[in-house]
Each structure stands twice: as structure tokens, then as C-alpha cells.
Design a binder for this molecule. Structure first.
Ligand code: GLN
Length: 493
């Protein structure tokens, strides 16, 4: 192949760049997979992004794409593109663990709808990525197996819960990835690892076959190197699915048609409540620079108000554990989870299976959630939180009467060191302060790289109206076309 000279660095390229090389036959899908797996071979011992690799399947799939291209068959923009999947997304015949001991040997009998959709495009699945157990956490330190390292600094966490997916994309161990976002789990790790991550509108992407955490928040979405790849992934994974009862019925637009370089006339609001909370000075500086940049590109940038912001985290951390406590009930050693072999009776089976199978954070969430839902406290906590959730959603509705999108930091800090926040769960929960509100309101939000603070990437969050992905993509694309942050690639030491 003509492109052999490129092969060593193919892992640095985006899906759309690689697609061009594939259709011009400058590279083959097999060579592309070889590049990614050789990159995995050279850095995975330090990054630890993957729980399971699916190398054999990947090469089979890549060869099938090559045959298709040789025969002049139709290709899609993701044909032959190596993509990693968070390990809470079921893959038929391939171990899916949710990074829990409970599911250490679980091999799902079927694939999630998103996996089937990616398969249909000819995407090549590289493997299953590490995460916080059952997606509960913000650093990947809650994985029952091992923590993932941040490619920008191996002493720091990649964020979470989709830390493996974000680290894989940032380090070139996958071209794109899927994560899931319940309170920030796509955007926070994407921001910590200097890549693009989007939580689509609630219901835009099917969750059939995705292991549930908190069902009124969970959304699957892409983690990519740039905004164009994000749009391509959305094209592939969005759409109605009768198997997910919350799936939206609307048609899927061609998201790439919104990759327009121009924000003239766009009204951008910056929630003043967010900017008046404590955040790292480097994060604040990068975000203020981004605000000025949007202004200089012709958008109007003004302060917005979301008066109930300070309740977002408490509300999230009541409702999410409540839903989690219910979703975790199925892991009892009978329906799911390998049952304790030494159980004396059925109650003992439940106790032993759950005591051994769940890690400390999952147990904490089950206890918090069960407490909030218990007869004596339901009204005081769960019901109250649901009411405040509505007020928070109404704050956004009002803000979007005035603004086309809202801009904020993705997180108040950059990637923190291992162990820095594990002793105090509250400190860990605080990192979701800017991301959880979009989940409470069900609206789409994207993070894009907007600078560095002390050598670590800073993420800029844009939040849009319900089903307003197009506006987010346009603004994010424009920012990207006028900056170079998305082109920075970590040197892995
Ligand atoms: N950090 C949040 C939590 O622990 C969000 C996790 C997520 O989005 N899956 O619940």
C-alpha cells in the first residue's frame, strides 16, 4: 500500500481523516487496525484503558471492510474505524463487566442497540474500556480491577466514569469511543483527557443493552478527537429504538451538515452561578478566554442565570442513588451475578453474592438510595428532590428563551492525582457540579478542549436546548476551527 509511510502514526488521526485515506486506498482497514493494536501494545501497560481487548474480532471485521472496499462496495464514514466501547455496553459473546466483580465472568447473549448500529457501519470494535464500577464515580478509581491513567500525566486520574474510553482516545489506543453519561461521565473524563465528549439529549440514543445505573439520566454518547468525529458518531448511534421505552421518536438529522464555521448572531449565556463557584484559576482563565473568543467571532456572550444551581448536586445525589438502588436489585446471584457457591439458603445467597460482588462505592449508593426511598424519608428526600429537579429544568427552559446555548467550564478542576479524592466521597461528587445539571434537565451538552492549566487539559462545556445538538456542534466546530487545542497529543512518558 502507498500509505505505508503513514502507518506508524495512523493512531494520531481522526476518523474523518482516516476515512479519506481508506477510500483513496492509501491505507487498508487492516493496516489501520494494526496501527491501533501496535499502539495498544506499546502504551497500554502504562495507560490501562481496557478491561478486555477484542483483537481477533477486530481484524476479522477490518478484513471484511477491506474486501468490501476492494469490491467497490459502499462504505460508511466509520467503516474500518477502530472504536472502543465502555464496558457497561453489552457485546454479544464478549465479556461485559461494568468493572464489577459481580459481572467478572458475564458474557451477554446479545449486543446493545448501539453496538449493532456501529457494527452495521463497519466500525471495528477494539475492546471494552475500564470505568468506575457500574459507572458510579468520577475517576475510574472505583473500577474493581485497576485504575486507568491519564495519558497527559500518568500520576493523575483520567476522570470517570468513562475514564478508559477517554484515555483510549486521548492516547491513540482507539480512534473514537462510546461512553455513558449519567451525571457527567462522558464529559468529565473527556475534559480531563483533552478530547471531545458529548452527552446527547435524554432519549436520543438507545440504552437497550446498556447496564443501567440511574435510568432517568443515563445516556450513551461519543468520545472523539474532534467535533467532526463527534457528529459522525452521532449519525451512527442516534435514532428511535422500540426496545428503549424512553427513546425519542424523532428523525435523525445529518449532524455533519451542522459543522459550519460561524457563530455570528448566536446568543451564548454564561451561568453566573457557575462562574461564582470555586474553580481552579487556570480553568477560569481558559474559560474566560473562550468567552472572549466567541465574542470576537460574532456571537453575543452575556451572563445567564440558573437560580436553582446550588441544588443540582444534592438533587442528583439523591435521585441517582435512589434509581441505582433499584437497578442494582437484579444482581442477586440468581438473575445476574455469579451466585455464592457456599450459600446456605436464598437469603444467604443474596447476602453473600452482594457483599462480595459489589465494591464500597456501589454499596454506599445502594444504602443512600434505599434510605431516600424508604417509607419514613421518601417525602423528605426523594419527592422533594424530584420537585427541585423540575425547578432546575425550568431554570434551563427560561434561560433558553434568551440564549441559544449556555457556556461553562466542564469541571471546576483539571485531572487530580490518584487518591486525592477517594477518602472523601463528597469531594469526588463536587467534580460533577457543572455536568450533572444537564442530566437533570435531559438536555444535550458537549465538552471540547479549550486550553491547559499547569500542563493538564481544560474542557469547555456547551449546553443546548432539548434536541439542540445541531447548535452545539456548530458552536463547538467553530471554536475548534479557530483554535488548535484539539490537535495537541500527549507524549506518554
Ligand atoms: N460522577 C457521577 C456519579 O458518580 C456521574 C457518573 C456518571 O455519569 N455515570 O454518579
Amino acid at each position: 500500500m502507498k500509505g505505508r509511510r503513514n502507518q506508524l502514526s495512523l493512531f494520531r488521526l481522526t476518523a474523518h481523516e482516516l476515512h479519506d485515506l481508506l477510500v483513496k486506498k492509501e491505507i487498508s482497514a487492516q493496516e489501520l487496525s494494526e496501527s491501533i493494536f501496535s499502539r495498544i501494545g506499546s502504551v497500554e501497560d502504562r495507560i490501562a484503558a481496557y478491561i478486555t481487548l477484542t483483537k481477533e474480532r477486530a481484524f476479522e471485521c477490518a478484513r471484511a471492510v477491506d474486501r468490501q472496499i476492494q469490491n467497490g462496495g459502499e462504505t460508511s464514514p466509520l467503516s474500518g474505524i477502530p472504536i472502543a466501547l465502555k464496558d457497561n455496553i453489552c457485546t454479544g459473546g464478549v465479556r461485559t463487566t461494568a468493572a464489577s466483580k459481580m459481572l467478572a465472568d458475564f458474557i451477554p447473549p446479545y449486543s446493545a442497540t448501539v453496538v449493532k448500529k456501529l457494527d452495521a457501519t463497519g466500525a471495528v470494535v477494539t475492546g471494552k474500556t475500564n470505568m468506575d464500577e457500574f459507572a458510579m464515580g468520577s475517576s475510574t478509581e472505583n473500577s474493581a480491577f485497576f485504575p486507568t491513567k491519564n495519558p497527559w500525566n500518568l500520576e493523575r486520574a483520567p476522570g470517570g466514569s468513562s475514564g478508559g474510553s477517554a484515555a483510549a482516545v486521548a492516547s491513540g489506543e482507539a480512534v473514537c469511543a462510546l461512553g455513558s453519561d449519567t451525571g457527567g461521565s462522558i464529559r468529565q473524563p473527556a475534559s480531563f483527557c483533552g478530547v471531545v465528549g458529548m452527552k446527547p439529549t435524554y432519549g436520543a440514543v438507545s440504552r437497550y443493552g446498556v447496564i443501567a445505573y440511574a435510568s432517568s439520566f443515563d445516556q450513551v454518547g461519543p468520545i472523539t478527537k474532534d467535533v467532526t468525529d463527534c457528529a459522525l458518531m452521532l449519525n451512527a448511534i442516534c435514532g428511535h429504538d422500540p426496545l428503549d421505552s424512553m427513546s425519542l421518536k424523532s428523525d435523525v438529522p445529518d449532524y455533519t451538515s451542522h459543522l459550519v464555521n460561524g457563530v455570528r448572531g448566536l446568543k451564548i449565556g454564561v451561568p453566573e452561578e457557575y462562574m461564582s463557584t470555586e474553580m481552579d484559576s487556570g480553568v477560569r482563565a481558559a474559560v474566560e478566554k473562550a468567552m472572549a473568543m466567541f465574542g470576537s467571532l460574532g456571537a453575543t456572550v452575556d451572563y445567564a442565570t440558573l437560580p436553582h444551581s446550588s441544588y443540582a448536586l444534592p438533587v442528583y445525589y439523591i435521585i441517582a442513588p435512589a434509581e441505582a438502588s433499584s437497578n442494582m436489585a437484579r444482581f442477586d446471584g440468581v438473575r445476574y451475578g455469579a451466585g455464592a457457591g457456599d450459600a446456605e439458603d436464598v437469603i444467604d445467597l443474596f447476602i453473600k453474592t452482594r457483599s462480595r460482588g459489589f465494591g464500597p462505592e456501589v454499596k454506599r449508593r445502594i444504602m443512600l438510595g434505599t434510605y431516600a426511598l424508604s417509607a419514613g424519608y421518601y417525602d423528605a428526600y426523594y419527592l422533594k428532590a424530584q420537585k427541585v429537579r423540575t425547578l432546575i429544568k425550568e431554570d434551563f427552559d427560561r434561560a433558553f428563551l434568551k440564549f441559544d446555548l449556555l457556556l461553562s467550564p466542564t469541571t471546576p478542576c483539571t485531572a487530580f492525582r490518584f487518591g486525592e479524592k477517594t477518602d472523601d466521597p463528597y469531594q469526588m461528587y463536587l467534580t460533577d457540579v457543572y455536568t450533572a445539571p444537564a442530566n437533570l434537565a435531559g438536555i444535550p451538552a458537549i465538552t471540547i478542549p479549550c486550553g491547559f492549566a499547569e500542563g493538564m487539559p481544560v474542557g469547555l462545556q456547551l449546553m443546548g436546548r432539548h434536541q439542540g445538538e445541531a447548535t452545539l456542534l456548530r458552536a463547538a466546530y467553530t471554536f475548534e476551527q479557530n483554535t488548535d487545542y484539539h490537535k495537541c497529543f500527549p507524549e506518554i512518558g
